[in-house]
Design a binder for this molecule. Structure first.
Ligand code: AMP
Length: 443
């Protein structure tokens, strides 16, 4: 199967060639033809499968006919986190080169002003997190009546983050005659119910979870008899000192540990930095850009912050904790071994992780070989830091936010009580969103 056989126009084929893709991935082969034909699509696929292009390409094709009107976007892409939205925007820019399509990225943590300017001029596509989109709508800066295409990316993650009521509102705001491209890695009942209510006879395209079948990821388990943080950090360092570790993402179950582990690694001279939902946007983007460029070797992350991040060259994933949700294990290790490369994952399991580990083994239906780290150097760790520079500013704030690890804060089911526009956090800061590439529309 070739991209040309999918029915894409010569301009798009050129952009695809320039991106270096030779043939469509299964989700692209399955989703692009019905999307081009105007049908609703339900894509069950996770990051790493090429799903972003499977909705971006047909969307660009459909948008290339027609023009944007002021304040009336023609299409809407909703993504759960700022990073994911920015990543979709990057993809959109890559594939729409040479076409005069305008795009606005509406994400929290960046100033409203420039975003409104683009909206006023008219945007062909809005890429947004649910909260920021509704904020703009409530400020009267947006009319949804022109939306012909609605894309929902990573719906199951939106469920985890409490965004389903927002998503329902968005579905109800766009005209009933619209095309919906809806993507989710899993189909819990809440998502199924959304699909049943808001999609019209969708073409269902399901692709295998790459991580559960991917032979290109070598998985290992490090069993510890102790659950003491100091011992876990020592084991982590030993694992990171293994041969062949070029770079990696270290996952922690709790945000607090993300900061502590990052700080401890820095003290032990590892090039590491934390990324989680409580860090401000410019810190998150700078960290991510550093990691992508290779300047930073290790990213210490929470699940939500790392979900959906497309970083093709990760040699290792380390699970400082066995994840509480077995699904997260699959997502985490899927950060490595991408785009045909090989990768390794090393999971630390303590007696406290027994239940989580059983759930993981049941889900992936395979054993994870144990790794003996004996003999590997793991320098003595020092006490956890008193406070990291990037940690939440005060204790109260930390407590309030505990458990809400989200790119956007989780929203209450009804927004009526909070209809007052929220003040953006870092209004005056520079807009940095794409590593060293800042798209025209943001400058
Ligand atoms: P995604 O699942 O959308 O996050 O994409 C994962 C990675 O696969 C990204 O780095 C894409 O650039 C890459 N990719 C998407 N489509 C293809 C393709 N047809 N051939 C090779 N790589 C692709």
């Amino acid at each position: 199967m070739t991209f040309a056989e999918l029915g894409l126009s010569p301009k798009l084929l050129e952009a695809i060639e320039a991106a270096g893709y030779t043939e469509p991935t299964p989700i692209q082969a399955g989703a692009i033809p019905p999307a081009l034909a105007g049908r609703d699509v339900l894509g069950i696929a996770q990051t790493g499968t090429g799903k972003t292009a499977s909705f971006t390409l047909p969307l660009i094709e459909r948008l290339s006919r027609g023009r944007a009107k002021a304040r009336m976007p023609r299409s809407l892409i909703i993504a759960p986190t700022r990073e994911l939205a920015a990543q979709v925007a990057e993809n959109f820019e890559t594939y729409s080169k040479g076409q005069k399509l305008s795009m606005a990225l509406l994400i929290g943590g960046v100033a409203f002003g420039p975003q409104e300017e683009i909206l006023n001029k008219g945007a062909d596509v809005l890429i947004a997190t649910p909260g920021r989109l509704l904020d703009h709508f409530e400020r009267g800066k947006l009319l949804m009546t022109g939306v012909q295409f609605l894309v929902v990316d990573e719906a199951d993650r939106m469920l985890d983050m409490g965004f389903i009521p927002d998503l329902e509102r968005i579905f109800n705001m766009v005209p009933p005659r619209r095309q919906v491209l809806f993507f989710s890695a899993t189909m819990p009942k809440e998502i199924k119910s959304l699909v049943d209510r808001f999609l019209n006879d969708p073409e269902r395209v399901e692709v295998a979870r790459p991580a559960t079948t991917g032979a290109n990821i070598k998985q290992f388990l490090v069993r510890l008899n102790s659950s003491v943080a100091k011992d876990k950090r020592a084991a982590l360092r030993a694992a990171m000192n293994r041969d062949g570790v070029k770079n990696g993402i270290i996952f922690c179950n709790r945000k607090r540990d993300v900061d502590i582990v990052a700080r401890s690694l820095q003290r032990h001279s590892f090039s590491a930095a934390p990324i989680h939902g409580d860090l401000d946007q410019s810190a998150r983007t700078a960290t991510l850009a550093g990691f992508k460029s290779g300047e930073l070797r290790f990213l210490v992350a929470s699940d939500v912050a790392a979900r959906g991040l497309d970083i093709p060259d990760v040699s290792h994933v380390f699970n400082y904790d066995t994840p509480h949700h077995a699904d997260d294990y699959v997502h985490r290790i899927g950060r490595t071994g991408r785009a045909g490369k090989t990768g390794e994952s090393i999971t630390i399991a303590t007696p406290a992780d027994d239940k989580s580990l059983s759930a993981v083994l049941k889900l992936i239906q395979q054993d994870i070989p144990e790794l003996d780290l004996a003999g590997l150097p793991a320098k003595e760790d020092s006490a956890p830091p008193k406070r990291s520079r990037s940690a939440p500013k005060d204790k109260k704030q930390e407590t309030r936010r505990a458990g809400t690890d989200a790119g956007e804060k989780s929203r209450k089911p009804s927004r009526r009580s909070s209809s007052k526009p929220q003040k953006p956090k870092d209004n005056d800061g520079p807009v940095v969103g794409f590593g060293d590439h800042v798209p025209d529309f943001m400058t």
